[in-house]
Design a protein around this ligand. Structure first.
Ligand SMILES: Cc1ncc(COP(=O)(O)O)c(C=O)c1O
Length: 396
Protein backbone atom coordinates (compact mmCIF):
# COMPACT_ATOMS: atom_id res chain seq x y z
CA UNK A 1 0.00 0.00 0.00
CA UNK A 2 1.45 3.35 -0.95
CA UNK A 3 1.72 6.38 1.32
CA UNK A 4 -1.48 8.08 2.32
CA UNK A 5 -2.15 11.48 0.74
CA UNK A 6 -1.93 14.69 2.74
CA UNK A 7 -5.70 15.09 2.76
CA UNK A 8 -5.82 11.95 4.93
CA UNK A 9 -3.31 13.37 7.40
CA UNK A 10 0.11 12.73 5.84
CA UNK A 11 2.76 15.42 5.32
CA UNK A 12 2.18 17.28 2.01
CA UNK A 13 4.42 16.25 -0.90
CA UNK A 14 5.51 19.89 -1.22
CA UNK A 15 6.52 21.75 1.88
CA UNK A 16 5.99 25.09 0.13
CA UNK A 17 3.14 25.90 -2.16
CA UNK A 18 3.80 24.89 -5.77
CA UNK A 19 2.32 27.63 -7.97
CA UNK A 20 0.43 26.75 -11.15
CA UNK A 21 2.75 28.91 -13.24
CA UNK A 22 6.19 30.51 -13.01
CA UNK A 23 7.44 32.60 -15.92
CA UNK A 24 10.95 31.73 -17.10
CA UNK A 25 12.55 35.18 -17.20
CA UNK A 26 15.99 36.52 -18.13
CA UNK A 27 18.18 37.79 -15.29
CA UNK A 28 18.10 41.56 -14.78
CA UNK A 29 21.67 41.94 -16.11
CA UNK A 30 20.52 40.62 -19.49
CA UNK A 31 18.28 43.67 -20.02
CA UNK A 32 19.89 46.20 -17.67
CA UNK A 33 21.71 48.28 -20.29
CA UNK A 34 18.62 48.64 -22.49
CA UNK A 35 16.43 49.55 -19.52
CA UNK A 36 19.05 52.08 -18.43
CA UNK A 37 19.04 53.50 -21.97
CA UNK A 38 15.28 54.03 -22.17
CA UNK A 39 15.27 55.61 -18.71
CA UNK A 40 18.09 58.00 -19.55
CA UNK A 41 16.79 58.95 -23.01
CA UNK A 42 13.15 59.05 -21.95
CA UNK A 43 12.18 56.93 -24.98
CA UNK A 44 9.61 54.88 -23.13
CA UNK A 45 7.23 54.17 -25.98
CA UNK A 46 7.16 54.04 -29.81
CA UNK A 47 10.92 53.55 -29.94
CA UNK A 48 13.57 51.39 -31.52
CA UNK A 49 12.99 48.34 -29.32
CA UNK A 50 9.39 48.05 -30.46
CA UNK A 51 10.54 48.19 -34.09
CA UNK A 52 13.27 45.62 -33.48
CA UNK A 53 10.90 43.30 -31.60
CA UNK A 54 8.37 43.46 -34.43
CA UNK A 55 11.08 42.68 -36.98
CA UNK A 56 12.37 39.70 -35.02
CA UNK A 57 8.85 38.38 -34.41
CA UNK A 58 7.93 38.59 -38.10
CA UNK A 59 11.13 36.73 -38.95
CA UNK A 60 10.54 34.05 -36.33
CA UNK A 61 6.89 33.54 -37.30
CA UNK A 62 7.61 33.71 -41.04
CA UNK A 63 4.98 36.41 -41.66
CA UNK A 64 5.02 39.78 -43.41
CA UNK A 65 3.83 41.70 -40.36
CA UNK A 66 4.00 41.26 -36.60
CA UNK A 67 2.31 44.25 -34.99
CA UNK A 68 2.71 44.55 -31.23
CA UNK A 69 -0.16 45.73 -29.08
CA UNK A 70 -0.77 46.10 -25.36
CA UNK A 71 -2.62 42.78 -24.94
CA UNK A 72 -3.97 39.87 -26.94
CA UNK A 73 -7.50 40.95 -26.01
CA UNK A 74 -7.04 44.32 -27.70
CA UNK A 75 -5.16 42.67 -30.57
CA UNK A 76 -8.21 40.49 -31.17
CA UNK A 77 -10.61 43.43 -30.90
CA UNK A 78 -8.66 45.52 -33.40
CA UNK A 79 -8.28 42.52 -35.72
CA UNK A 80 -12.02 41.78 -35.64
CA UNK A 81 -12.62 45.46 -36.37
CA UNK A 82 -10.06 45.59 -39.19
CA UNK A 83 -11.51 42.50 -40.86
CA UNK A 84 -14.97 44.09 -40.63
CA UNK A 85 -16.53 41.08 -38.97
CA UNK A 86 -20.29 41.45 -38.72
CA UNK A 87 -23.44 39.37 -38.20
CA UNK A 88 -22.36 36.03 -36.73
CA UNK A 89 -18.92 34.64 -36.02
CA UNK A 90 -18.29 31.00 -35.15
CA UNK A 91 -16.16 30.45 -32.07
CA UNK A 92 -15.47 27.72 -29.51
CA UNK A 93 -16.96 27.99 -26.04
CA UNK A 94 -14.18 25.94 -24.42
CA UNK A 95 -11.77 28.87 -24.36
CA UNK A 96 -10.93 31.86 -22.23
CA UNK A 97 -13.55 34.61 -22.34
CA UNK A 98 -11.10 37.01 -24.01
CA UNK A 99 -11.48 35.10 -27.29
CA UNK A 100 -15.16 36.01 -27.39
CA UNK A 101 -15.71 39.32 -25.58
CA UNK A 102 -13.95 41.40 -28.27
CA UNK A 103 -16.49 40.08 -30.81
CA UNK A 104 -19.20 41.75 -28.75
CA UNK A 105 -17.16 44.97 -28.61
CA UNK A 106 -17.26 45.13 -32.41
CA UNK A 107 -20.97 44.34 -32.54
CA UNK A 108 -20.81 40.71 -33.62
CA UNK A 109 -22.92 37.83 -32.32
CA UNK A 110 -20.85 34.82 -31.27
CA UNK A 111 -22.11 31.41 -32.37
CA UNK A 112 -20.54 28.80 -30.12
CA UNK A 113 -19.61 25.41 -31.53
CA UNK A 114 -18.21 22.28 -29.98
CA UNK A 115 -14.66 21.04 -29.65
CA UNK A 116 -13.05 17.81 -30.73
CA UNK A 117 -13.08 15.32 -27.81
CA UNK A 118 -9.39 14.48 -28.29
CA UNK A 119 -7.62 17.73 -29.19
CA UNK A 120 -10.04 20.03 -27.27
CA UNK A 121 -9.79 22.41 -30.22
CA UNK A 122 -12.71 23.67 -32.31
CA UNK A 123 -14.25 20.82 -34.32
CA UNK A 124 -14.12 21.73 -38.04
CA UNK A 125 -17.17 19.57 -38.82
CA UNK A 126 -19.20 21.55 -36.28
CA UNK A 127 -17.92 24.80 -37.75
CA UNK A 128 -19.20 23.83 -41.18
CA UNK A 129 -22.62 22.89 -39.75
CA UNK A 130 -22.96 26.26 -38.00
CA UNK A 131 -22.44 28.44 -41.09
CA UNK A 132 -25.48 30.55 -42.04
CA UNK A 133 -25.96 33.42 -44.51
CA UNK A 134 -25.17 35.78 -41.58
CA UNK A 135 -21.78 34.22 -40.82
CA UNK A 136 -18.82 36.50 -41.56
CA UNK A 137 -15.98 34.66 -39.88
CA UNK A 138 -14.49 31.86 -37.82
CA UNK A 139 -12.31 32.29 -34.75
CA UNK A 140 -10.30 29.22 -33.72
CA UNK A 141 -8.03 28.81 -30.71
CA UNK A 142 -4.79 26.84 -30.32
CA UNK A 143 -6.10 25.61 -27.03
CA UNK A 144 -3.43 25.34 -24.31
CA UNK A 145 -0.93 25.65 -27.18
CA UNK A 146 -2.18 22.65 -29.18
CA UNK A 147 -2.23 23.73 -32.85
CA UNK A 148 -5.77 23.83 -34.24
CA UNK A 149 -6.65 22.06 -37.51
CA UNK A 150 -5.42 25.09 -39.43
CA UNK A 151 -5.51 23.74 -42.97
CA UNK A 152 -8.97 22.22 -42.69
CA UNK A 153 -10.26 25.49 -41.23
CA UNK A 154 -8.56 27.50 -44.00
CA UNK A 155 -10.27 25.30 -46.54
CA UNK A 156 -13.70 25.84 -44.93
CA UNK A 157 -13.13 29.60 -44.73
CA UNK A 158 -12.05 29.74 -48.38
CA UNK A 159 -15.00 27.68 -49.64
CA UNK A 160 -17.52 29.83 -47.78
CA UNK A 161 -15.82 33.21 -48.26
CA UNK A 162 -15.30 33.71 -44.52
CA UNK A 163 -12.65 35.49 -42.51
CA UNK A 164 -10.50 33.26 -40.31
CA UNK A 165 -8.71 34.41 -37.16
CA UNK A 166 -6.67 32.30 -34.78
CA UNK A 167 -6.60 33.25 -31.14
CA UNK A 168 -2.98 32.22 -30.64
CA UNK A 169 -2.80 33.53 -27.07
CA UNK A 170 -1.19 30.23 -26.06
CA UNK A 171 0.66 29.84 -29.34
CA UNK A 172 4.29 30.84 -28.81
CA UNK A 173 6.24 27.60 -28.67
CA UNK A 174 3.62 25.68 -30.71
CA UNK A 175 4.67 24.17 -34.03
CA UNK A 176 2.31 23.11 -36.81
CA UNK A 177 4.05 20.47 -38.92
CA UNK A 178 7.42 21.72 -37.72
CA UNK A 179 6.82 25.44 -38.22
CA UNK A 180 5.66 28.07 -35.69
CA UNK A 181 1.95 28.81 -35.82
CA UNK A 182 1.36 32.44 -36.78
CA UNK A 183 0.88 32.58 -40.53
CA UNK A 184 -2.51 30.89 -40.89
CA UNK A 185 -5.87 32.44 -41.65
CA UNK A 186 -6.21 36.21 -41.98
CA UNK A 187 -4.37 36.77 -38.71
CA UNK A 188 -3.11 35.05 -35.60
CA UNK A 189 -3.10 36.97 -32.34
CA UNK A 190 -0.70 36.08 -29.52
CA UNK A 191 -0.52 36.98 -25.83
CA UNK A 192 2.73 37.89 -24.05
CA UNK A 193 1.44 37.97 -20.48
CA UNK A 194 3.44 36.22 -17.72
CA UNK A 195 1.62 32.88 -17.98
CA UNK A 196 2.85 32.42 -21.57
CA UNK A 197 6.13 30.99 -22.93
CA UNK A 198 7.10 34.31 -24.51
CA UNK A 199 6.74 37.02 -21.89
CA UNK A 200 6.76 40.79 -22.29
CA UNK A 201 5.03 41.54 -18.96
CA UNK A 202 1.78 42.32 -20.74
CA UNK A 203 1.35 42.50 -24.49
CA UNK A 204 0.02 40.98 -27.65
CA UNK A 205 1.11 40.43 -31.25
CA UNK A 206 -1.04 40.47 -34.37
CA UNK A 207 0.70 38.33 -36.99
CA UNK A 208 -0.59 38.63 -40.54
CA UNK A 209 0.38 38.51 -44.20
CA UNK A 210 -2.37 40.99 -45.03
CA UNK A 211 -0.81 44.45 -45.61
CA UNK A 212 -4.12 46.30 -45.21
CA UNK A 213 -4.92 44.58 -41.92
CA UNK A 214 -1.43 45.32 -40.56
CA UNK A 215 -1.87 48.98 -41.48
CA UNK A 216 -5.26 49.01 -39.79
CA UNK A 217 -3.79 47.63 -36.54
CA UNK A 218 -0.93 50.16 -36.60
CA UNK A 219 -3.42 53.04 -36.86
CA UNK A 220 -6.01 51.47 -34.56
CA UNK A 221 -3.49 51.03 -31.73
CA UNK A 222 -2.91 54.82 -31.95
CA UNK A 223 -6.52 55.87 -31.27
CA UNK A 224 -7.31 55.64 -35.00
CA UNK A 225 -5.28 58.82 -35.56
CA UNK A 226 -4.78 59.33 -39.32
CA UNK A 227 -1.58 61.29 -38.63
CA UNK A 228 -3.28 64.68 -38.85
CA UNK A 229 -5.27 64.35 -35.63
CA UNK A 230 -8.24 63.25 -37.66
CA UNK A 231 -9.57 59.72 -37.83
CA UNK A 232 -11.50 57.45 -40.13
CA UNK A 233 -12.60 54.95 -37.50
CA UNK A 234 -12.57 54.70 -33.70
CA UNK A 235 -9.28 53.27 -32.45
CA UNK A 236 -7.90 52.79 -28.96
CA UNK A 237 -4.61 53.22 -27.18
CA UNK A 238 -3.19 49.73 -27.55
CA UNK A 239 0.53 50.49 -27.72
CA UNK A 240 3.27 48.28 -26.31
CA UNK A 241 5.78 50.20 -24.18
CA UNK A 242 9.53 49.95 -24.83
CA UNK A 243 10.20 48.13 -21.57
CA UNK A 244 7.88 45.31 -22.65
CA UNK A 245 9.56 45.13 -26.05
CA UNK A 246 12.99 44.83 -24.39
CA UNK A 247 11.77 41.99 -22.18
CA UNK A 248 10.02 40.36 -25.13
CA UNK A 249 13.17 40.49 -27.28
CA UNK A 250 15.16 38.65 -24.62
CA UNK A 251 12.33 36.19 -24.04
CA UNK A 252 12.19 35.44 -27.78
CA UNK A 253 15.86 34.40 -27.66
CA UNK A 254 14.95 31.91 -24.93
CA UNK A 255 11.75 30.63 -26.55
CA UNK A 256 12.93 27.54 -28.41
CA UNK A 257 14.92 26.22 -25.47
CA UNK A 258 11.99 26.83 -23.13
CA UNK A 259 9.47 25.17 -25.43
CA UNK A 260 11.69 22.11 -25.86
CA UNK A 261 12.40 21.86 -22.16
CA UNK A 262 8.72 22.20 -21.30
CA UNK A 263 7.84 19.45 -23.77
CA UNK A 264 10.38 17.15 -22.09
CA UNK A 265 8.90 17.84 -18.66
CA UNK A 266 5.37 17.25 -19.95
CA UNK A 267 6.44 14.00 -21.61
CA UNK A 268 7.75 12.78 -18.26
CA UNK A 269 4.52 13.73 -16.46
CA UNK A 270 2.18 12.42 -19.15
CA UNK A 271 3.93 9.07 -19.47
CA UNK A 272 3.57 8.46 -15.76
CA UNK A 273 0.03 9.78 -15.26
CA UNK A 274 -1.38 8.16 -18.41
CA UNK A 275 -0.89 4.83 -16.63
CA UNK A 276 -3.60 5.78 -14.12
CA UNK A 277 -7.16 4.83 -15.12
CA UNK A 278 -9.43 7.79 -15.76
CA UNK A 279 -6.79 10.43 -16.56
CA UNK A 280 -6.54 11.68 -20.13
CA UNK A 281 -4.57 14.42 -21.84
CA UNK A 282 -5.02 16.45 -25.03
CA UNK A 283 -4.18 14.59 -28.24
CA UNK A 284 -1.51 16.42 -30.21
CA UNK A 285 -1.71 15.64 -33.95
CA UNK A 286 1.35 13.82 -35.35
CA UNK A 287 3.99 16.27 -36.58
CA UNK A 288 2.77 19.10 -34.31
CA UNK A 289 4.25 20.42 -31.08
CA UNK A 290 2.08 21.80 -28.30
CA UNK A 291 3.45 24.79 -26.40
CA UNK A 292 1.87 23.37 -23.23
CA UNK A 293 1.09 26.86 -22.07
CA UNK A 294 -1.08 24.76 -19.78
CA UNK A 295 -0.97 21.09 -18.93
CA UNK A 296 -4.56 20.05 -18.39
CA UNK A 297 -5.76 16.60 -17.46
CA UNK A 298 -9.24 15.22 -17.94
CA UNK A 299 -10.53 13.38 -14.89
CA UNK A 300 -13.11 10.67 -15.52
CA UNK A 301 -14.64 9.96 -12.11
CA UNK A 302 -16.01 6.57 -13.14
CA UNK A 303 -12.46 5.25 -13.62
CA UNK A 304 -10.34 7.47 -11.40
CA UNK A 305 -12.63 7.21 -8.38
CA UNK A 306 -12.69 10.98 -7.70
CA UNK A 307 -14.17 13.96 -9.48
CA UNK A 308 -12.01 16.73 -10.91
CA UNK A 309 -12.97 18.93 -7.96
CA UNK A 310 -12.13 16.26 -5.41
CA UNK A 311 -8.73 15.73 -7.04
CA UNK A 312 -8.15 19.51 -6.96
CA UNK A 313 -8.96 19.58 -3.22
CA UNK A 314 -6.64 16.65 -2.52
CA UNK A 315 -3.85 18.34 -4.52
CA UNK A 316 -4.43 21.54 -2.61
CA UNK A 317 -3.68 19.62 0.59
CA UNK A 318 -0.41 18.48 -1.05
CA UNK A 319 0.40 22.18 -1.56
CA UNK A 320 -0.10 21.86 -5.30
CA UNK A 321 -2.01 24.70 -6.92
CA UNK A 322 -4.34 23.84 -9.81
CA UNK A 323 -6.75 25.77 -12.04
CA UNK A 324 -10.03 24.91 -13.70
CA UNK A 325 -9.27 26.66 -16.96
CA UNK A 326 -12.23 27.24 -19.27
CA UNK A 327 -14.77 26.17 -16.67
CA UNK A 328 -17.43 27.54 -16.81
CA UNK A 329 -17.34 27.48 -20.62
CA UNK A 330 -18.04 30.84 -22.21
CA UNK A 331 -21.51 30.03 -23.58
CA UNK A 332 -22.74 29.60 -19.99
CA UNK A 333 -21.47 33.02 -18.83
CA UNK A 334 -24.14 35.55 -17.91
CA UNK A 335 -22.79 37.80 -20.65
CA UNK A 336 -24.12 35.31 -23.21
CA UNK A 337 -27.33 34.25 -21.45
CA UNK A 338 -29.44 35.84 -24.19
CA UNK A 339 -27.94 33.26 -26.59
CA UNK A 340 -28.52 30.30 -24.30
CA UNK A 341 -31.52 28.88 -26.17
CA UNK A 342 -29.44 28.63 -29.30
CA UNK A 343 -26.80 26.50 -27.61
CA UNK A 344 -28.85 24.19 -25.38
CA UNK A 345 -27.73 20.60 -26.04
CA UNK A 346 -25.47 21.69 -28.91
CA UNK A 347 -22.12 21.52 -27.11
CA UNK A 348 -21.96 18.04 -25.52
CA UNK A 349 -18.17 17.68 -25.72
CA UNK A 350 -17.58 21.12 -24.19
CA UNK A 351 -20.04 20.30 -21.44
CA UNK A 352 -18.27 17.00 -20.79
CA UNK A 353 -14.70 18.37 -20.87
CA UNK A 354 -15.14 21.68 -19.02
CA UNK A 355 -16.21 20.29 -15.61
CA UNK A 356 -13.62 17.49 -15.81
CA UNK A 357 -10.45 19.26 -16.87
CA UNK A 358 -7.85 20.40 -14.39
CA UNK A 359 -4.71 22.37 -15.16
CA UNK A 360 -1.64 21.19 -13.26
CA UNK A 361 1.43 23.30 -12.47
CA UNK A 362 3.80 23.54 -15.42
CA UNK A 363 6.66 25.84 -16.28
CA UNK A 364 9.62 25.67 -18.61
CA UNK A 365 12.31 25.47 -15.91
CA UNK A 366 10.45 22.90 -13.80
CA UNK A 367 13.01 20.34 -12.65
CA UNK A 368 12.42 16.62 -12.75
CA UNK A 369 12.06 16.29 -8.98
CA UNK A 370 9.11 18.72 -9.02
CA UNK A 371 7.52 16.94 -11.98
CA UNK A 372 7.95 13.61 -10.20
CA UNK A 373 6.48 15.10 -7.01
CA UNK A 374 3.30 16.11 -8.85
CA UNK A 375 2.97 12.59 -10.29
CA UNK A 376 3.63 10.97 -6.95
CA UNK A 377 0.98 13.14 -5.26
CA UNK A 378 -1.62 12.16 -7.86
CA UNK A 379 -0.66 8.48 -7.64
CA UNK A 380 -1.10 8.35 -3.90
CA UNK A 381 -4.39 10.21 -4.10
CA UNK A 382 -5.57 7.66 -6.70
CA UNK A 383 -4.38 4.73 -4.57
CA UNK A 384 -6.57 6.01 -1.70
CA UNK A 385 -9.41 7.37 -3.82
CA UNK A 386 -12.18 5.71 -1.80
CA UNK A 387 -10.91 7.07 1.52
CA UNK A 388 -10.27 10.52 0.00
CA UNK A 389 -13.83 10.64 -1.36
CA UNK A 390 -15.28 9.53 1.97
CA UNK A 391 -13.24 12.17 3.85
CA UNK A 392 -14.27 14.94 1.46
CA UNK A 393 -17.94 13.98 1.50
CA UNK A 394 -17.88 13.88 5.35
CA UNK A 395 -16.46 17.42 5.44
CA UNK A 396 -18.99 18.90 3.07
C1 LIG B 1 -7.37 31.89 -25.17
C2 LIG B 1 -7.01 33.26 -24.69
N1 LIG B 1 -7.33 34.32 -25.48
C3 LIG B 1 -7.02 35.58 -25.12
C4 LIG B 1 -6.37 35.84 -23.93
C5 LIG B 1 -6.11 37.25 -23.54
O1 LIG B 1 -4.73 37.54 -23.50
P1 LIG B 1 -4.25 38.92 -22.83
O2 LIG B 1 -4.23 38.68 -21.36
O3 LIG B 1 -2.88 39.14 -23.39
O4 LIG B 1 -5.21 39.98 -23.24
C6 LIG B 1 -6.01 34.79 -23.09
C7 LIG B 1 -5.30 35.04 -21.84
O5 LIG B 1 -4.62 34.20 -21.31
C8 LIG B 1 -6.35 33.47 -23.47
O6 LIG B 1 -6.08 32.43 -22.67
Amino acid sequence: MSDKPAILGNTPVFRERLPIVQPTLPPFEAIASQVEEILSTGMLTKGKYLRLFEERLAEYLGVRHAVCVSSCTLGLALTYQGLELKGEVIVPSFTFMATVHPLVWVGVEPVFVDIDPHTWNIDPAKVEEAITPRTSGIVAVHNFGNPADVEILEDIARRHGLRLVFDAAHGFGALYQGKPVGGYGDAEVFSLSPTKLLVAGEGGVVATNDDALAEHIRIAREYGNDGRYGSNFPGLNARMPEFNAILGLKSLEMLEENAERRNQVVKRIRERLERLPGLNFQAIRPGNRCSYKDLSVLVDESKFGLTRDQLAQALDAENIETRKYHDPPVHTHNTYRHLRERHVGRLPVTEWVAPRSLSLPIYSHMDEAIADGICYAIERIYAHADAVRAALVAHQ
